[in-house]
Design a protein around this ligand. Structure first.
Ligand code: GSH
Length: 232
């Protein structure tokens, strides 16, 4: 039995992490049976110290990309069979753009932006007893802000970060156009990543500037709603 280790449902999303949402979505689209183990404590069990990871009997695989490749191979799932070699190459680079660029705008919007942080803090850390509830969020926020600085996004101004995110939404909206999925009428591997990231902005129960901009792209909103309705 495949077990998916994530953080758990939060902010009205399937999981707080878009990388975990990616694997959930893949498993749903591929119609594979799986169980979810949802807890922030899973981080401590993860081979790479990050979520998601999966176990499949005695095999453990971490990193959403490696997990999806492992599952595709092991269970003979090929979501990209209708794509040309050139489209597959484009899909890979698009995936990495969301994983490595848009992701950091999401992290910034939740952990650094003051107004959203107040809501995120209450949602991510609810149920923690005092005084841990006063200490842990502070320590983790400091760590995340340090990562944002080291990665580079945290060195931009709020206006610049919002514009970086907007450029991704604009590009995604233009690429999708009025198609059902990014590469045409069939769902493909890139849609798994696109859904996970776009929905993390458009479907989160969070009012902030970045989420509002994402929601202004009507084709992206209806794309995520459609995937929700079909697969979840
Ligand atoms: N490349 C990884 C990225 C996973 C990742 O960054 N996960 C974050 C949550 S969104 C995490 O576990 N962060 C915890 C930490 O860095 O301590 C993947 O694709 O799975």
């Amino acid at each position: 039995m495949i077990k998916l280790y994530g953080f758990g449902k939060n902010l009205g999303l399937l999981d707080a992490s878009p990388f975990v949402v990616k694997v959930h979505t893949f498993l749903k689209v591929a119609e594979l049976d799986y169980e979810t183990i949802a807890s922030p404590h899973n981080i401590g069990k993860s081979p790479k110290g990050k979520l998601p990871f999966i176990t499949d009997d005695d095999k453990t695989v971490s990193d959403s990309q490696d997990i999806i490749e492992y599952l595709s191979e092991s269970y003979q799932v090929n979501l990209d069979k209708t794509l040309t070699e050139e489209q597959r190459a484009t899909a890979y680079l698009l995936t990495k753009s969301l994983d490595e660029n848009l992701y950091w705008c999401l992290v910034w919007s939740r952990w650094q932006e003051e107004n959203t942080w107040k809501i995120v803090k209450n949602s991510f850390f609810k149920g923690l007893p005092f005084p841990i509830s006063a200490i842990i969020p502070k320590i983790l926020r400091k760590k995340v802000i340090k990562s944002l600085k080291a990665q580079g996004t945290g060195r931009h101004s709020e206006k610049e970060i919002i514009e970086i995110a907007n450029k991704s939404f604009q590009a995604l909206s233009a690429l999708l156009g009025d198609k059902d999925y990014f590469f045409g009428p069939n769902i493909t591997g890139f849609d798994i990543t696109a859904y996970a990231f776009i929905a993390s902005f458009t479907q989160a129960e969070l009012e902030n500037k970045i989420n509002n901009i994402a929601k202004s792209y009507k084709n992206l909103v209806s794309y995520c709603d459609r995937i929700n309705n079909i697969y979840f």
